[in-house]
Structures are given as structure tokens and as C-alpha cells.
Design a protein around this ligand. Sequence first.
Ligand SMILES: [Zn+2]
Length: 59
Amino acid sequence: MSDTVTLRVTSPCEHGVDHEILELIDGAAFSFPECKDSKGKPRIHIASKEAYPETKRRR
Ligand SMILES: [Zn+2]
């Protein structure tokens, strides 16, 4: 059994904004103040395969 974790590279986000959340586990939700919707609320991002295909392996 392996304890290797696949992390998705989440910066920059799918909208092209650089931020401090560099890597997350698959399917994790995240938001950050620099990426807002038209109402000024932080957008919810999902670390999905489609949006963040680049991955890193960590033990
Ligand atoms: Zn974004």
C-alpha cells in the first residue's frame, strides 16, 4: 500500500489568477480573495481534473 498523494496544481487558478494555495487534493474546494465574481464575492473553485490537469506527487 502506498501513502503517495496526488495533488493538483491550483495556482494560477482556472481564471488565470496567481494565489497562495499552490496544491490541493483532488476534488477539494477552495477560494481566495484575489479571484472574485461580478458581485465581489470570492469565487468557489474545485480542484477537478478538468480545471486543473497538472498534478504533483507527494508522500
Ligand atoms: Zn479563479
